[in-house]
Design a binder for this molecule. Structure first.
Ligand SMILES: *Cc1c(COP(=O)(O)O)cnc(C)c1O
Length: 481
């Protein structure tokens, strides 16, 4: 870079740092979320391609005026929607440095690749998963982690039949069945469809009253598939479902998987870190027996998006599934027996995600992370208690991690109007701007869910959330049924 361009970058970079810090510092002065004004929407979506470029500092004005006012909302302590956390300060700090270095972490000898080894090992250690060197990599999220895990299981299943699915595809094979609970995440279905397994062979296992997979039902589905000539291949248990935060009976499912030769996968995208919380942590026994574990540092840990991770018991499987080293990439003097990260998944050019993961963990330490997990889980239990103590809310599932599923139930309303009301509440609460929650369906009925992930959320915020729901409910024109 020329001196002049560097001077510009230095000056604008300082302003950008101030903008970012001010944005984080003033988050509670603004609505949690607000709709985008028409003029800004049209600016955001319809800008013409510029012929001439503009100075760096000008770009920051646009970010300040047109973008920062319209966040998704997850930086705010009263954001309870989906499973989205605020960014860790350490992650925000180092993100521009990753861009300044701009490596591709496909492989090779440089800081990005080497640090990813530590970031992945730390994640495994945090959740108590075994970590032989090379048995894991960072991904864009759990959707990609799941594709990698399922592809690896599919290759193992073909190897067991003396085939190589990479060469033959799935042609001429009996169908392979994938099991998950009715509360399992949609990314498993996407992965099964993408990998040619077919959603017809995706089995949704019923859950118990606490929304945990029913192991007896899993056994029966496996037996029925065997009898029908379908080969049971893969079972995905949840460690923290998105609807209720439920953790499936992992040890029991691990036993069934072993007995029937199934690949045992755990979706810990959101909840794997819950293993760090005293008390609830005990419910995670069996997690360490998984063949693969997906988890998202960009959820509870607060690593700025994107950062997912897939861990394996054995590094041989994913490499056998993905390694493809064209001659232009091969280097004879590559000393690392683990090879390149790009041999373990579909991505070739890979970003320096490890820097944000490393910085976040290094800043909080194991103690800080368990404190975050314990505190947010405790707040969720407090919300559950508040709901149970009220006469106009109903708790729909026990609090295991930091998601609470519930329903608003003003006494005057009948079943149909309660249903319509709960469907309408999330959008009405969001529009008011004082809190943000989202809805779901549980046992076929509309439900509200609140996920606590923000380190600055307080008990008072929980009270505001319930009051906002009450006020929004009164604002909604209760539809006549
Ligand atoms: C978020 C989430 C996913 C999907 O992960 P992405 O990072 O969004 O790709 C899968 N499973 C669970 C339980 C999740 O919370």
């Amino acid at each position: 870079m020329t001196d002049l361009r560097l001077t510009d970058l230095r000056r604008a970079g300082r302003s950008a740092a101030d903008l970012a810090a001010d944005h984080l510092a003033t988050v509670t002065d603004r609505p949690v979320w607000r709709p985008v004004a028409d003029a800004d929407r049209s600016w955001l979506t319809r800008q013409p391609l510029p012929a001439a470029g503009r100075p760096l500092a000008d770009l920051l004005d646009d970010v300040r005026d047109r973008m920062l006012p319209y966040p998704m909302g997850n930086g705010h302590p009263r954001f309870f929607g989906w499973v989205n956390s605020p960014p860790s300060p350490a992650g925000v700090l180092v993100a521009p440095l990753a861009a300044a270095m701009n490596p591709s972490c496909a492989g090779g000898e440089h800081a990005g690749v080497l640090l990813e080894r530590t970031a992945v090992r730390w994640l495994a250690e945090l959740v108590g998963f075994p970590h032989p060197p090379g048995a894991g990599l960072l991904t864009s999220g759990t959707s990609m982690a799941t594709i990698i895990a399922l592809a690896t299981a599919r290759q193992r299943a073909s190897r067991q039949q003396g085939r190589d699915v990479r060469e033959t595809g799935l042609y001429g094979q009996p169908p392979l069945a994938v099991y998950l609970s009715t509360e399992g995440h949609s990314c498993l279905r996407k992965a099964a469809e993408l990998l040619g397994l077919g959603s017809r062979y995706l089995r949704t296992v019923p859950v118990d009253g606490a929304y945990r997979m029913d192991p007896g039902a899993l056994r029966r589905l496996i037996a029925a598939d065997r009898a029908a000539g379908v080969r049971p291949m893969f079972v995905a248990a949840s460690a923290g479902t998105v609807n209720t935060g439920a953790v499936d009976p992992l040890a029991e499912i691990a036993g069934i998987a072993r007995e029937h030769g199934l690949w045992f996968h755990v979706d810990g995208a959101y909840g794997a870190l819950g293993a760090l919380a005293e008390g609830t942590g005990r419910g995670y026994a069996g997690l360490e027996q998984a063949d693969s574990l997906a988890l998202d540092p960009h959820k509870w840990l607060g690593v700025p998006v994107d950062a997912g991770c897939v861990l394996f018991r054995d590094p041989v499987g994913p490499r056998d599934t993905f390694s493809l080293v064209p001659p232009y990439l091969r280097q004879d003097d590559d000393g690392d027996p683990l090879g390149w990260f790009s041999e373990y998944g579909p991505e070739q050019t890979r970003p320096f995600r490890a820097l944000r993961v490393w910085a976040t963990i290094a800043h909080l330490g194991r103690d800080g992370i368990s404190q975050l997990v314990r505190r947010t889980s405790q707040l969720a239990r407090t919300l559950a208690t508040m709901i149970e103590a009220s006469d106009d809310f109903e708790l729909l599932a026990p609090a295991t991690t930091s998601v609470i599923a519930f329903r608003h139930r003003p006494t005057a309303l009948d079943v149909d109007r309660t249903e319509a009301l709960n469907q309408a509440i999330p959008a009405a609460v969001q529009r008011r701007g004082h809190a943000f929650l989202t809805g779901t369906r549980l046992s076929g009925r509309a439900a509200l869910r609140a996920c606590v992930l923000h380190p600055d959320t307080t008990e008072a915020d929980l009270g505001v959330l319930l009051d906002e729901i009450r006020t929004a409910a009164q604002e909604i024109d209760a539809p006549t049924v």
